[in-house]
Design a protein around this ligand. Sequence first.
Ligand code: BG6
Length: 479
Amino acid sequence: MTKLPDGFLWGGAVAAHQLEGGWQEGGKGVSLADVMTAGDANTPREITDGVLPGKNYPNHEAIDFYHHYKEDIKLFAEMGFKAFRTSIAWTRIFPNGDEALPNEEGLKFYDDVFAECKKYGIEPVITLAHFEMPWHLIKEYGGWRDRRLIDFYLRFAEVCFNRYKDVVKYWMTFNEIDNQADYNRKFSMATNSGLLFADDSTPAEREAAMYQASHYELVASAKAVRLGHAINPDFKIGSMINFTPQYPASSKPEDILMADKAMQKRSWWSDVQVNGEYPGYMKAYLRKTGYAPDITDADRAALAAGKVDYIGFSYYSSNTVTAKADNPDYNFDGESEQTANPHLPKSDWGWTIDPVGLRSSLNWLYERYRVPLMIVENGLGAYDKVEADGSIHDPYRIDYLRAHIEQMEKAVDEDGVDLVGYMPWGCIDLVSAGTGQMDKRYGFIYVDKNDAGEGTLARSRKDSFAWYKKVIATNGEDL
Ligand code: BG6
């Protein structure tokens, strides 16, 4: 008997805007990702006011999965994938987001992608909204500030649920909905909720807008769960959070309380999505701050009626926080309380590497929520070097993944966590969401394209490709 259950969903994860390209093909509209320029580890991506001449928009072509999906899915099948997580680009289905009728060509593209998966027995795991909302909804409605977005999103969800009801079973409503805990980061607010802020906006304005937008998203998510179950009772519809455990910097009670408060500030979205109601600590916080988002009785009923079936989450790293005298309310704003963890190494992009944190995270989530869990992102963004003979040796990636899989197996085997699958991020090299780079690579499959956009787009197998194939073949026994 292996440590992981039979039928465990080994696979890999991507998002439409980060690999498809074809930004103007098949009737697709302009998405937020289409107006995000390239940055790097030290330069943030710019969100321009529409597509401007002379700017570099890496998602426009990405790795051109739009034309390479057959070749790419064949490579996933060669590794033995049981599952493939991707998203449906909202703008392929509703180019502006507020149309009455969907775009048939966009729907057909995903028919073809899912049919290709099924050909190899690969289960599609689908995110509905992954940082790629229609630009038109941002410009005309101010993004998720506007309650009308709920209906636009539900129309999109309903069309997808109906169209793919016989080929897709696993769905997630919003990617990393909890990233908005970093409401001072312009990028998180734009990618999650389509909220753009003037440079002189205050933290309180940003935070208030975030609670309103998040509430509408949570209502939309709950209504989508209900709708999906009505369309196909076998659907499994999950939340998707960026689970980043917050450690206390010391055993000082104040540091421990700060870490608890930081966890709350990141966990309230999943509390609502799993339990169907706002947690007490968040009600108290909203009352105390006076933010008073528009929350109706009908919204509360919708939240209660649309609890998710499972939690999908990404896990990359942990944070460490410390209590500060100038923050007597232990108010976590995502950044100010963070401090370095001397026990953990960092990636080239400054992300801590903490495999044991994955085991604690799985325990924390399962104890708190008692619903099945699915790891839908994990991985190391790293520079790869192509040797003269075309081979790519990436032992650092194998080491990272091996260490995390070991901890994941302990959580299942020794701690009794109900874990459904493991889909490491960027199973094929793609455009980084955070920096827009190509050279921040996660893949088992190398794609010949660099940060400047040069390259043939040819695919090749890295050393980690054969390694992961063996891991899947042995259900995680041979690491
Ligand atoms: C997650 C996102 O936050 O992290 C992905 O869901 C993203 O879209 C991934 O690509 C890795 O982040 P980055 O910035 O290295 O691409």
